[in-house]
Design a protein around this ligand. Structure first.
Ligand SMILES: C[S@@+](CC[C@H](N)C(=O)[O-])C[C@H]1O[C@@H](n2cnc3c(N)ncnc32)[C@H](O)[C@@H]1O
Length: 199
């Protein structure tokens, strides 16, 4: 939820929820990163804090330790994940844009969670394929968050189903953006392909 009330359709209600429930729970470094991201020309791409808090809840419920993030930008969801998983947790974070990641890096360092992050400057697909070449990576991740180029969502899904373990969680941002993204329709048409992994 941003100040743009897309789902609730009520600016007042959106503001009320953000001010009474979301902002008070937001970590200081996340708030600082969100404010800096808002000054970026593409700042609207940053993850929203309420979506982040839902994600943190899911990470905790899952007791997630090993995660993948596709689409980092300035790193709001990455920092949130790093703050939520245990100290020996690991995140493989993929994005071709290192410049944007470096905007968030000082906040990641300030929060003391850089050691949990392996940022790889690359489009995600070749890295996911490389991970799959090593059998020990299969069924080894607890959690994946995809917030990147929508046309590749199905390609990501095919690979993440093999990397994320049974009982793990794969989350996609913006699946209802404009309309159900064509690349995602297959996921809903073939639910058996998702067996054992929540989506
Ligand atoms: C909506 S932003 C991500 C927002 C981020 N999760 C956050 O919390 O602020 C989308 C990101 O996807 C990245 N991206 C675009 N194509 C990509 C690809 N093929 N592989 C990985 N990341 C990609 C862009 O560079 C951009 O930083």
């Amino acid at each position: 939820m941003s100040s743009n009330p897309i789902i609730l359709q009520s600016e007042k209600l959106t503001k009320y929820i953000l001010e009474t429930s979301v902002y008070p729970r937001e970590a200081k470094t996340l708030k600082e990163l969100r404010n800096v991201t808002a000054t970026h020309p593409w700042g609207f791409m940053g993850a929203d804090p309420d979506a982040g808090q839902l994600m943190a809840l899911l990470l905790k419920l899952l007791n997630a330790k090993k995660t993948i993030e596709v689409g980092v930008f300035t790193g709001y969801s990455l920092l949130l994940t790093a703050l939520t998983i245990p100290d020996d947790g690991k995140i493989i974070a993929l994005d071709p844009d290192r410049e944007a990641y470096e905007i968030g890096l000082p906040f990641i360092k300030k929060a003391g969670v850089e050691h949990k992050i392996d940022f790889i400057q690359s489009p995600a697909l070749p890295v996911l394929d490389k991970l799959l070449e090593d059998d020990s990576n299969k069924d080894s991740f607890d959690f994946a968050f995809v917030d990147a180029d929508k046309d590749n969502y199905w390609n990501y899904h095919e690979r993440l189903l093999k990397l994320v373990k049974i009982g793990g969680l794969i989350i996609y941002d913006n699946t209802l953006w404009v309309e159900l993204l064509p690349g995602l329709k297959r996921m809903f048409q073939y639910p058996k392909e998702n067996t054992g992994r929540l989506l």
